[in-house]
Every structure is written in structure tokens, then in C-alpha cells.
Design a protein around this ligand. Structure first.
Ligand code: KG4
Ligand code: ZN
Length: 342
């Protein structure tokens, strides 16, 4: 059985995982850095890279031991080298290159956002069909036409903040710890989403782009004056409703525009409770099937990296040691890199 060890260090999560060629996730270890960055209410790139360097080999050992395998059982090493904070990505790339070289294993470079897209595909067979992917996280926020694995067209993107950043900023206005998306989600469950009248930025401008920075000021002002209109839970729920309405509207517009009735949702914000229920419901009404990545594969992880590499190896991808951290690599047509073997 071919086993791939994946390594992922895009931002502030140090992750390693082992995935087999049938896409079974044998282990999925993630070491977050919440405490390192909490006081700064945002990720400090220099600190993130140092922390990755401290723990990366421990995380890799943990992933091997949780999968109940040793290095002798691993057939290839995969790493994200194409998206994230440059110093963070460099730590993962260096670790992966060193390990693959020392063990004479193939090294498979992958794109972080492509791995997020693949996190839904490896979990839902239907997604081998063309579909629209809503990739929604802290470091990226886009609508992507997925023609097949390796053939992508970004059809919409955020013009300013990502939805994840908006959740994190609103969390900080409400005094919640960073990253706050999960906490805002929990708080919103007990709130009244009609309590605050918030804008739905560029919802009907005819484009598939997003803009979430316009929500910050009204939410901050409301947070400074909470007693006047409602509770923190009400504000969290009103904000969450506004973001989810925009994401759902634009996603279904993309599906309609491209005549596609299949949608996937990936990235950290895809864990959001309201987004999961609302987009599924609105999709059903419009005859669009919506598939979410499983929660443990939504936030940054290395199982999606190892899974994508497994797919690429099956399609003939070759080892490449001449890789560097190129953290702003575009997500485009990549199939030339791993054309299926005939
Ligand atoms: O995919 P991810 O781990 O990292 C990036 O690639 O950016 O996403 C992290 C983002 C953070 O902004 C976090 O607040 C958000 O995902 N997030 C959520 C939830 N869980 C995580 N946002 C809304 N609701 C959630 N339940
Ligand atoms: Zn990510």
C-alpha cells in the first residue's frame, strides 16, 4: 500500500499526516499556535516561523506514530510550497526536502489552496465532476471553477478582507480570543440575527467578487455601544448572517452563471454552523447539491496535502527536489504537471 506523508506549515498551524492511496486518512496531526499569537490578535509571521521550526519534527513523529507506521513504510513526502507566509512555508519545505533526501523518497510539491479544494474531493466521490468550489478561510477567499483536479479558474475573489479575517476581527471587537471564527460561531448560536441591521457588501453588483472590509466599521461601532441594541450574541449572529448571505448568494450565482449544479465548500470558515445549514438549504431550493469538506479537513491540515499528492502520483507526477517556497503562486491550470498515465 502506497503511503504519503504530508507536511503543511502555511500560516500558524504545523501539520503532518499520513494518507493511503485509497484516500484513507491514517493520521492527521495539527499543532496550533493560538497562545503564541493571542496577545497580538493576529499571526506574527516571524514568531509563526520560529514555532514551526521548533515543533515540525515532533508533529511529523506524532503523525507517523498515530498512523502506526515508521519511515520505512512511507513511499513519498508531500509539502505545500505555494501559498502562505514565506518564512512559515520555508520551514515546511526545508523539513520535507531534508526528510525525502535522507530517506531517498520522492518529494511532491503541492499548492495549499489546491489541497483545500482537494479536501472536499477526497471526501465526496461526486466531486470528481466539474463543480464550483467556495474556498473560504483566513488567508484566502475565492470562488473557483473546478473543471477537473488540476484544472481551475478563479472566477471570484475577495477585493479586501477574507471572510475568516472578518470573523477574526469581529471576534476581537467582542473580546474573543484569536482566531475567533469558532468562538463567534458558538456565540451566534444564542443570538438574534435580526437585532442589528448590517450591510451585505457588494451582494448585488453582478460580480462574483467579495468584499468584507465594509462590515468592520458598523460592527465595531455596534460593539462599542452594545447595550443600546442587543447583546454580544445578537451582534455575532447578525454579523454571521450577513457574511453567510453574501457567501451563499455569490456561490449560487457562480453555479448559475456556469450552468453547474454541484458546489463544494472548503477552508476554515467552511466549519461554520450557519454556513453549513444555510448553504445546504438554499442549494436544495435551487437544485444545487452542496458538499462540505469534513470539519477536521476544513482548517489547515496536512491530510489534504498528502491526499492531493496521492492523486498526483496516480496521475504520473514526478518527484521534484528543485522546489522553493513560492507563497504567492497562482492557482490555475496545472494538469500538465500530472497528466493521467495511459
Ligand atoms: O483554513 P484555515 O485554517 O487557514 C487559512 O488557510 O487561512 O482557516 C482559518 C480561518 C480563521 O480565520 C478562523 O477564524 C476561521 O477559519 N474559522 C471559522 C470557524 N472555524 C474556523 N470561521 C467561522 N466559523 C467557524 N466555525
Ligand atoms: Zn488554508
Amino acid at each position: 500500500m502506497r503511503l504519503v506523508l504530508g507536511i503543511e506549515t502555511a500560516c500558524d498551524d504545523t501539520a503532518a499526516a499520513v494518507v493511503d492511496e485509497n484516500m484513507n486518512v491514517l493520521s492527521n496531526s495539527v499543532w496550533g499556535q493560538k497562545q503564541t499569537h493571542a496577545a497580538f490578535r493576529g499571526v506574527v509571521p516571524e514568531l509563526a516561523a520560529r514555532r514551526h521550526a521548533e515543533v515540525v519534527f515532533r508533529v511529523i513523529n506524532e503523525a507517523l506514530s498515530k498512523a502506526n507506521v515508521s519511515f520505512d513504510d512511507i513511499s513519498a513526502v508531500a509539502v505545500n510550497n505555494q501559498h502562505g507566509l514565506v518564512r512559515s512555508v520555508t520551514v515546511g519545505v526545508s523539513a520535507a526536502r531534508a526528510l525525502a533526501f535522507a530517506r531517498a523518497l520522492p518529494l511532491i510539491p503541492v499548492h495549499h489552496v489546491e489541497a483545500h479544494i482537494f479536501s472536499a474531493i477526497m471526501s465526496h466521490e461526486e466531486l470528481s465532476q466539474p463543480h464550483i468550489c467556495l474556498a473560504v478561510a483566513g488567508g484566502h477567499n475565492a470562488l473557483i471553477l473546478v473543471r477537473e483536479v488540476g484544472n481551475y479558474e478563479v472566477v471570484g475573489k475577495t477585493l479586501d478582507d477574507s471572510a475568516g479575517e472578518a470573523f477574526d476581527k469581529v471576534g476581537s471587537y467582542l473580546g474573543l480570543p484569536f482566531p475567533a471564527g469558532g468562538e463567534v460561531d458558538k456565540l451566534a448560536r444564542n443570538g438574534d440575527a435580526t437585532a442589528f441591521n448590517l450591510p451585505r457588501p457588494i451582494i448585488k453588483d453582478g460580480s462574483l467578487d467579495f468584499s468584507f472590509s465594509g462590515l468592520k466599521t458598523p460592527v465595531r461601532k455596534a460593539a462599542e455601544n452594545l447595550e443600546a441594541h442587543g447583546s454580544a450574541a445578537d451582534l455575532a449572529a447578525s454579523f454571521e448572517r450577513a457574511v453567510v448571505e453574501v457567501l451563499a448568494y455569490k456561490t449560487l450565482s457562480a453555479a448559475k452563471q456556469f450552468g453547474i449544479s454541484l458546489v463544494s465548500v472548503v477552508g476554515g470558515v467552511a466549519r461554520n454552523t450557519l454556513l453549513r445549514t444555510e448553504l445546504t438549504r438554499i442549494g436544495q431550493d435551487a437544485g444545487v447539491v452542496v458538499k462540505f469538506a469534513p470539519p477536521e479537513l476544513c482548517t489547515d491540515n496536512a491530510a489534504m496535502v498528502a491526499g492531493l499528492a496521492q492523486h498526483q502520483i496516480s496521475c504520473g507526477a514526478e518527484s521534484n527536489f528543485a522546489i522553493d517556497a513560492t507563497p504567492n503562486a497562482p492557482l490555475g491550470r496545472k494538469s500538465a504537471l500530472y497528466r493521467p498515465q495511459r
